[in-house]
Design a protein. Sequence first.
Length: 189
Amino acid sequence: MKLLILSFLVLATTGACRPPSATVTEKGEILKIVKERVVKLAQPASDAQDAKPSKNNSPLKSASDEVAALESKKYLFLYFSAHWCPPCRQFTPKLVDFYNKNAKNGDFDLIFVSADRSIEEMADYMSSTKMPWFAIPPKSDIVKALGEKFKVEYIPHLVLLGKDGEVLAKGKDEALQKYLESHPVKEGP
């Protein structure tokens, strides 16, 4: 597993495309970088389980026109994951549950940064786990740049960004905990 992840990191840092400058820190700049490549499931997540990707009829749609709404969010999660990774397949349903329970707060969103081997594998992973959020397709310069920028050494990996793009927490458990600290569970009336 470590060799596979190291191979991913080597590939992520040796591509012909250069990553964004290390000075890119504002969330708005990150969103500009991902705007043209971001996608979502074409069906609502509850209907997505029956969707199967194909070259002619993809369950994915462009979501670049929806990215502007992310700029108003107080928090942005970046989720580095892939379907071929067993720990990712264990964590993703928990993240979907977290997202569905907390999305009503309206102050965060999430972008899946795919390390899958193909867009078809990514679409199948998104459909089978009912991911309701944005995604960046695999094997792109953006995936490589974000992996390098946030020093992703393993997956699953979650990065929590604040309003101005500052890193508030890294690591799947740490990022969720940091968000939940600012959103205490309210007891009944």
